[in-house]
Design a protein around this ligand. Structure first.
Ligand code: AN7
Length: 330
């Protein structure tokens, strides 16, 4: 195996849209741990050696976005872009800012004002991104970002950018390599729905029996579950506070082709799963990342799960230091 520190482009070059001419911009993303979670499995009423946590918080900027950004920024550099831009609930901005800095590109980020966790804002500032705060939700910021991309010629590196999806699909390859096959179920949060789209693309490119894709939105920000956009999405899980996901149709395809589910979990269920991960397994993810685990705990109780189950923990707990302090004050 190639040195994992070389990043996903070196490891999966033959399965990514790069050539010898593509300048590889990497921070050593990917090769994140797949952590066996027996105590969580027991809590969910499932057997030992059935539940695994893919801890994407171990990526260089602390979220899964780095996989997609490595490819998107490398391609932007190859294509001679002046800069990159994105709208973001925080993690995309942090990742874009870091990879743009490394590539010597300018970076502009459109953020929902007051809606981004502290650590993510600190990252975007630290890496020198130009920050535009937009009144309203992520969905408004995305419209502003697309308008600016048209005007400025900066490349949009939201998950509308197909290279983002290509990079993110590599997590499906890693899980399958470690388990020796694809899992039976995959539980994960759904926001703008790029990641569920990317995983499903990755699994589709592999031969064998594929997982059921189990996506979870926060109940106050669950447009896909309700079947219509939400003008004012609300949830404690700021990363997935999204009312009109870009990859809506692709997420429905992933759900339907895999015989999976996209459902909602309440903030209470998210926070409970988030705390359980920290206290039963020693794994600190951000609140949004726990939405898939909240879904697992609900489904586990119904008793029809079996086989290997992977939960995607999309971002690191240190991204959002305010939420534990607010919730566990005493
Ligand atoms: C920790 O950074 O949309 O369903 O702008 O940061 O692929 O959107 C973040 C999303 C899950 C949802 N977990 O993934 C952004 C942004 C974390 C996240 C999601 C996000 P998608």
């Amino acid at each position: 195996m190639l040195n994992p520190a070389l990043g996903i482009i070196s490891r999966y070059r033959d399965r990514l849209p790069v050539t010898d001419k593509t300048p590889v911009v990497t921070l050593g993303e990917g090769a994140t741990p797949l952590i066996r979670a027996d105590r969580l499995a027991e809590y969910a009423g499932l057997p030992a050696d059935s539940v695994y946590l893919k801890f994407e918080g171990s990526n260089p900027t602390g979220s899964f976005k780095d996989r997609g950004m490595a490819v998107a920024v490398s391609k932007a550099l190859e294509e001679g872009a002046r800069g990159v831009l994105c709208a973001s609930t925080g993690n995309t901005a942090a990742s874009a800012a870091a990879y743009a800095a490394r590539a010597g590109l300018r970076c502009m980020v459109f953020l929902p004002k007051g809606g981004v966790a502290l650590g993510k804002l600190a990252q975007a500032l630290m890496h020198g991104a130009k920050i535009k705060e937009v009144k309203g939700s992520f969905d408004k910021a995305l419209i502003a970002a697309f308008a600016e991309a048209k005007k400025s010629g900066f490349v949009a590196v939201n998950s509308s950018n197909p290279y983002r999806i290509e990079g993110q699909k590599t997590a499906a390859f890693e899980i399958s390599e470690v388990l020796g096959r694809m899992p039976d179920y995959q539980f994960m949060p759904v926001g703008n729905a790029g990641n569920i789209t990317a995983y499903w693309k990755g699994y589709r490119e592999l031969k064998g029996s594929k997982p059921k894709m189990m996506g979870f939105q926060a109940a106050g920000a669950a447009p896909i579950v309700l079947g219509n956009p939400i003008p004012n999405p609300r949830t404690v899980a700021s990363a997935i506070r999204i009312g009109n996901p870009y990859s809506w149709q692709a997420a429905l395809r992933a759900r339907d082709e895999s015989n999976g589910v996209i459902a909602a979990v309440t903030d209470r269920e998210i926070l409970n799963a988030w705390r359980l991960l920290a206290r039963l397994e020693g794994v600190f993810c951000e609140p949004s990342s726990a939405a898939g685990v909240a879904g697992l705990l609900k489904s586990g109780k119904k008793g029809h799960l079996s086989g290997k189950i992977v939960c995607i923990l999309t971002g690191h707990g240190l991204k959002d230091p305010d939420t534990p302090l607010k919730i566990f004050k005493s």
